[in-house]
Design a protein around this ligand. Structure first.
Ligand code: F6R
Length: 360
């Protein structure tokens, strides 16, 4: 069943190229335009603002999409569903509410979706499960086609969510502004290469030997900005979830506003670089290195400016900056997996956690 892999998580990490192929299959035209069968051009012409509702890893995919929409001039806000369910943001006629949930059954997400439905917002579920409660209760559904995921820690569903949300982002921007975004063609062309690039990260990663050197530290911090910010948060979530070691993800700029007090030679800092705001993140890298913290940089293999400024370098193939986070995240998945394996943790079923959280 596990096809020779020690854990479902590792198997599912390896399944990401195939999952991504399915996610994009038929959804990019020959001239690199978005084609979503469910949402022909104009479907989102009336959208003024987008709210994303989700929990945990799905919330990180939502923040990723939020950053992309904002970059393209569309107001977007990612909310944690548990908070939105009790303290919802006001919606108006032009608010599109997107529930992002791989299972489609997360209680907090369903509660927040219901609150949006009751207040008359237009709702959409982005999910992996056809026929799930979220898919049924939202006005529309968009499927990520990742295939079944057994490991409690979400891996391939995150990658597929990000890619499908990126397609949705370009559809929304084109509909709202009347033309494809300035990034659309390059992004969609790069997206075609993403499955094989993920495959090369999985095959060539040196995360296992890095894990040997950095396991069992006082804490591990993950930083990034732009789309690399939610990837840093996702890296930290996965790390604590399966290794049971302390980890935190921060917006790179926030580090100096408090968390820096925790930084010592025993707290490795993992910097995620998208290629867009690298100079600023490198300033934050300097701040932690001067406190003696070892820094691991995850960036495009061509990023000499990053490679030369960090203690360890985990390269990923060059892609569009807005897709770089998908590749960086695969490196981070492997770091967490190998640290957890080294510490002999229950990787597929971490203590205290369930695959689908059906209570609020
Ligand atoms: C972490 C993880 C969880 C889920 C969260 C939401 O690896 O899997 O954080 O992302 O419980 O689940 P869904 O996406 O099913 O709503």
């Amino acid at each position: 069943e596990r096809d020779g892999f020690d854990h479902y998580m590792l198997k599912e990490i390896h399944e990401q190229p195939a999952a991504l192929e399915r996610a994009i299959n038929g959804r990019i035209t020959d001239d690199n335009r978005v084609h979503l069968e469910e949402f022909p051009p104009g479907s989102f012409a009336d959208v003024g603002e987008v709210h994303f509702l989700s929990c945990g890893t799905s919330n990180h995919a939502s923040v990723y999409a939020q950053q992309m929409l904002r970059d393209r001039g569309v107001p977007a806000y990612a909310f944690t569903a548990g908070e939105y369910a009790t303290t919802p943001a006001p919606v108006s006629d032009d608010t599109l509410v997107v529930a992002v949930t791989q299972s489609g059954e997360t209680a907090d997400t369903l509660a927040s979706l219901r609150s949006a439905n009751e207040r008359g917002a237009r709702t959409l579920a982005v999910t992996n499960v056809v026929g799930s409660t979220a898919a049924r209760e939202a006005d529309d559904a968009l499927f990520i086609r990742a295939g079944p995921e057994i490991g409690v820690a979400a891996t391939k569903t995150f990658s597929s969510q990000v890619v499908v949300l990126a397609l949705l982002v370009e559809r929304i921007v084109e509909d709202v502004t009347g033309e494809p975004s300035a990034e659309a063609e390059a992004l969609l062309s790069a997206m075609r290469e993403l499955p094989s690039q993920v495959d090369s990260v999985v095959r060539e990663s040196t995360a296992a030997s890095l894990a040997n050197r950095y396991a069992e530290r006082a804490g591990t911090f993950f930083i990034g900005r732009g789309v690399a910010y939610p990837v840093a948060c996702e890296g930290a979530l996965k790390f604590k979830e399966i290794s049971y070691e302390h980890a935190e993800g921060f917006a790179a700029g926030e580090l100096k506003h408090g968390p820096l007090a925790l930084v010592t030679p025993d707290t490795p800092v993992i910097g995620v670089f998208s290629g867009k705001h690298d100079t600023k993140t490198l300033n934050n890298v300097e701040e932690v290195r001067s406190r003696g913290a070892p820094v691991i940089g995850v960036a495009a293999e061509t990023s000499d400016h990053v490679a030369g400024a960090v203690d360890e370098f985990l390269p990923v193939p060059e892609t569009h900056p807005d897709l770089s986070g998908v590749l960086a995240n695969v490196q981070l998945q492997l770091v967490s997996y190998h640290v957890a394996d080294l510490l002999d943790r229950s990787i597929d079923k971490p203590r205290n956690l369930a695959k689908s959280v059906t209570v609020e």
